[in-house]
Design a protein around this ligand. Structure first.
Ligand code: XMP
Length: 516
């Protein structure tokens, strides 16, 4: 398949470049900035994007692409550091003294150019650079500049090489997608053949070939990714080959375990093992208040239960299917990739089961090329209901990190009920799909209230609702006050142990999304 590769020099927004290009309908892959550009690595590649970076090109040891990049004759697009790299590597000069720009800057045309087709002069771009071009490399000219006179778009006179000082991948840049489209489709000439149908056909073939007549075991978490893998396996392989295991930690939301089971049965799952391990998890957690210790205990217990239960199935030569996503795979990037890796560590990486299966070459990861929004689209294609596909992310340790301090059965029941009402209200009011993640947190305090003539001593519940692209940063969802008042009233009227409801108005950073 034709593709665009992105060399990642460590920018926070490299993942976004990849996503945008996929949105355009062209397959994109992110490689480490210094990756060797061997003939195999560039097979099917129609163009290369050089990403931004927190580094400076003139510093010793600053990351540089394989010099072969300049011999390939492929269209190149530098973004921020990528552009400075192009200048620096060809005799231009980059300096911190030209003018730092952070945030919005207007870009004015000096010339017409293919890269700017359909773009209006004076458009607003998003800048984030300390360095800028002081002197163009020979053979280059400036096509557009900011009001401060800093080159914003440059190109080589004869070669298909362009450079941008701003970030076209962020939504704050007007015409950003248009510029990437011009590069990808018109300049690089990549065909827009990347879509869910093409992916499904290719990945199904792949899974069939890989697994062959063996069995495939998948651990279901109830989240979108593993459920989509389950649907894919059930559609691709013979049902008798597919073994699904769901470990109920007792830290799940109200009705969640039942819903997971029902939706998998509907997809035709024959071998579905629903393990109820709530007692084990709750005994391990008894009296433990420290958040990191709780996470550790939950992670360790998950592995213990998983090992014991999987051993019972005697599926020694079965493949282990995993819902790993593209963002989990990228290790070089400083953004989503690394974080996602850490976040999922106790369920994916550290597990002896995964390690043993990997060592035996028995791991299959059918979503490893996909971004989250593509997984959702694939899930819809496979017939999963919107209630599963559009579900907000849920952390591995579940409600264990949403009850601050020690976790008890009583607190779990209170939180489950209150959270259920909160989410139900969000759906009813049409907010659920506008919010990236919403949930309730049970605080380890009680406060005084009255109901009827009775003094009441109830828990404090904090509601959290954030908008975000990837969980790395997040803004508070701005509810109209009336909604908050009504939701609060419903919760305090229905859950007798909750005496007070507060709304968390902290963005990330400085707060995190979860409270623990
Ligand atoms: P924070 O709280 O770090 O969360 O802003 C960012 C995103 O990651 C999720 N999260 C976790 N997911 N295991 C997980 O699988 C964890 O230990 C964990 N901690 C946070 C969180 O729900 C949010 O989507």
């Amino acid at each position: 398949m034709e593709k665009i590769i992105i060399l990642d020099f460590g920018s926070q927004t490299t993942q976004l470049i990849g996503r945008r290009i996929r949105e355009i309908g062209v397959y994109s892959e992110i490689l480490p900035g210094e990756a060797e550009l061997t003939p195999a690595a560039i097979e099917g590649v129609k163009g290369i994007v050089l990403s931004g970076s927190p580094e400076s090109v003139y510093e010793e040891g600053a990351p540089a692409p394989d010099p072969r990049i300049y011999e390939l004759g492929l269209p190149l697009l530098g973004i921020c550091y990528g552009t400075q790299r192009l200048m620096h590597d060809h005799g231009g000069a980059v300096s911190p003294h030209v003018g730092r720009e952070y945030g919005r800057a207007k870009v004015h045309f000096k010339d017409e150019d293919r890269l700017l087709a359909g773009v209006t002069s004076g458009f607003v771009s998003w800048m984030s650079h300390g360095d800028a071009i002081e002197k163009l490399a020979p053979g280059y000219r400036t096509i557009a500049a900011t009001e401060n006179g800093v080159p914003a778009v440059v190109r080589h006179e004869a070669k298909p090489v362009w450079g941008l000082q701003f970030h076209p991948e962020v939504t704050h840049t007007e015409f950003g997608l248009q510029i990437l489209k011009n590069f990808t489709l018109n300049i690089a000439g990549a065909k827009p053949e990347w879509n869910v149908d093409a992916f499904l056909a290719a990945t199904s073939r792949n899974v069939k070939l890989t697994v062959g007549k063996k069995k495939a075991l998948l651990l279901i978490s109830g989240g979108v990714d593993s459920t989509v893998v389950a649907a894919l396996l059930l559609q691709t392989l013979d049902r008798s080959q597919v073994h699904l295991m769901y470990i109920d930690t007792g830290l799940m939301r109200k009705g969640e375990s039942g819903e997971v089971e029902a939706s998998l049965k509907k997809l035709g799952a024959d071998h579905l093992y629903h393990i109820n391990a709530a007692d084990k998890f709750l005994s391990a957690l008894a009296g433990v208040g420290d958040p990191e210790r709780k996470r550790e205990l939950i992670g360790d217990m998950f592995i213990t239960v998983q090992e014991a239960e999987v051993a019972k199935l005697k599926l020694d030569d079965a493949f282990l299917a995993q819902g790993t996503l593209y963002t989990d795979m990228i290790e070089s990037g400083k953004g989503v990739g690394k974080k996602a890796h850490v976040i999922k560590s106790h369920h994916n990486v550290r597990s002896p089961l995964v390690e043993a299966k990997r060592a035996a070459g028995l791991v299959v990861e059918p979503l490893a090329a996909l971004y989250k929004d593509e997984v959702r689209a694939l899930g819809r294609k496979l017939g999963l209901p919107e209630s599963v596909v559009g579900r907000h992310p849920f952390p591995g340790p579940g409600l264990g990190v949403r009850i601050l301090g020690d976790v008890t059965r009583e607190k779990l029941d209170i939180l489950r009920e209150a959270d259920y009402l909160f989410i139900e209200e969000l759906r009813k009011r049409g907010y659920y799909d506008k919010i990236w993640q919403a949930f309730s947190v049970l605080l380890p305090l009680r406060s005084v209230g009255v109901s009827g003539d009775m003094r009441r001593y109830g828990y404090v519940l904090s509601l959290r609702a954030v908008v975000s692209l990837d969980g790395m940063t997040a803004d508070v969802f701005p509810f109209p006050t009336r909604d908050l008042l009504e939701i609060s009233a419903r919760i305090t009227n229905s859950v007798k142990d909750i005496g007070r409801v507060v709304y968390d108005i902290s963005s990330k950073p400085p707060a995190t999304i979860e409270w623990e």
